[in-house]
Write a protein that binds this ligand. Structure first.
Ligand SMILES: Cc1ncc(COP(=O)(O)O)c(C=O)c1O
Length: 417
């Protein structure tokens, strides 16, 4: 008889649970200021998407605590029933204004914001999706009734071919990440806009990693490219730049209202809790008032990429194309096991990174993903580069790397070893 658990446990998952080092689900304590404690050892945190370092900002934590005191910890109900507070409406109005859209709706997670697109993916419609889109967009399409057309990652010729092959009478929608979460590259918004208009398709951009960060005002890829009206509908998360948890959709008021009353991930789930709402509102105040945080992240990320490239490591960017500087710095390793070993060695060197393996990236394209935060210091940067030099040399990935000169490592790191 077949056992359903045995059938579905892949050898890789088993290997991860049976052998160390364990790259996933490690309990962390005392996260903040670009560091964390792992098994009591203080490490540089490069796996966390708190790009602006706001999740531990005292203004944000105080706002969250105050809201929990006023409203309790949960609404214990969906938005339609008892789960709408003035804070939901305030955050929606603020996010709509911030993104320059007529209306917005907040969801309990960013994943749900993308799932909430499903009512737009109806029978007979066509959804064109970038092959590197986030799992939540992939699942939203799976849940919808529309036919899916996958185009090769950022391959505009492939997208155009598929758009041109579609019946002009069919309703079409293109969905793409704004800043791709694993490789840290930007969508080709200028070309996507032209193709969408030419073929009568609507354009949805998931700004999970770029809203709050890119563009002079932090309004995301559209502002970055100077195309404020390019995007028909935004989705995004409040769990990265906004130091909270929750999701957002922003667009024309009619569309947002339609989704508010038809999207099952809005109707049939408990709403965003008070502390998360207040944290996001406080973070939005800071995002609007402190552009220097954005500049700091991008400056650090640029320097990190340069340092890693000097070691001969590949940090992404399609062949022959200038790399956009974003806070996501991928270091391509390729082999999954080598990637897990690299991850373990980096941790030994005091750097907690993110080992990215299939299905988050195609099999054989494993990478170490580094997220830079505004709260990282220049010393953190040196420690990350030193760790790569040491780990890369041990694995033969960096033949002649010499650790860069740097300041002394803080005593707590040394004493904890
Ligand atoms: C591109 C993208 N979209 C959506 C999500 C989901 O966001 P959340 O973690 O808020 O559910 C993520 C999360 O990593 C993401 O990277």
């Amino acid at each position: 008889m077949a056992d359903i658990f045995d059938k579905h446990l892949s050898s890789f998952a088993r290997a991860l649970t049976e052998t160390g080092p364990r790259p996933f689900s490690r309990p962390l304590t005392a996260i903040g200021e670009g560091e964390a404690l792992v098994d009591g050892v203080r490490v540089v945190m490069t796996a966390c998407n708190d790009y602006l370092g706001l999740s531990a900002d005292p203004r944000v934590t105080a706002a969250a605590a105050k809201a929990a005191g006023e409203y309790g910890t949960s609404c214990s109900g969906s938005r339609l029933v008892c789960g709408t507070l003035p804070l939901h409406e305030e955050l929606e109005a603020r996010m709509a204004a911030f993104l320059g859209r007529e209306a917005a709706i907040v969801t309990t997670t960013g994943f749900q914001a993308n799932l909430a697109l499903t009512p737009l993916f109806g029978r007979g419609d066509l959804v064109f999706s970038d092959a590197a889109n986030h799992a939540s967009l992939v699942d939203a399409i799976r849940l919808g009734a529309a036919a899916k057309r996958l185009y090769a990652h950022s391959d505009m010729a492939d997208l155009e071919r598929q758009l041109a092959a579609a019946d002009p009478g069919t309703a079409k929608i293109i969905v793409t990440d704004g800043l791709f979460s694993m490789e840290g590259d930007l969508c080709r918004l200028p070309e996507l806009t032209v193709l969408a208009r030419r073929h009568g398709a609507r354009l949805v951009v998931d700004g999970a990693h770029d809203i709050g960060l890119l563009g002079p005002g932090g309004r995301g890829v559209a502002e970055h490219f100077g195309l404020p009206d390019a995007v028909d509908l935004y989705t995004g998360t409040l769990s990265k730049c906004f130091g909270s948890v929750g999701g957002v959709l922003a667009g024309p008021a009619t569309v947002i209202n339609y989704l508010r009353y038809t999207a099952r991930p809005v109707i049939f789930t408990a709403s965003m809790p008070p502390a998360a709402l207040a944290a996001a509102l406080a973070a939005l105040d800071i995002i609007e008032a402190e552009p220097e945080r954005r500049m700091r992240v991008l400056d650090l990320a640029g320097r990190l990429r340069s340092g890693l490239r000097e070691f001969g490591l590949s940090t992404g960017g399609a062949e022959g194309e200038p790399e956009a500087v974003t806070p996501i710095v991928p270091v391509h390793i390729g082999d999954e096991e080598l990637c897990a070993r690299m991850w373990g060695l980096l941790l030994d060197e005091g750097v907690f990174a993110h080992a990215v393996v299939a299905p988050a990236v195609p099999m054989g394209r494993a990478l170490i993903r580094l997220s830079v935060q505004a709260t990282h210091t220049d010393d953190h940067l040196s420690r990350i580069l030193d760790a790569f030099a040491a780990a890369g040399r041990r694995l033969g990935l960096i033949p002649g790397a010499r650790p860069l000169p740097r300041q002394a490592r803080p005593a707590d790191v040394m004493s904890a070893r």
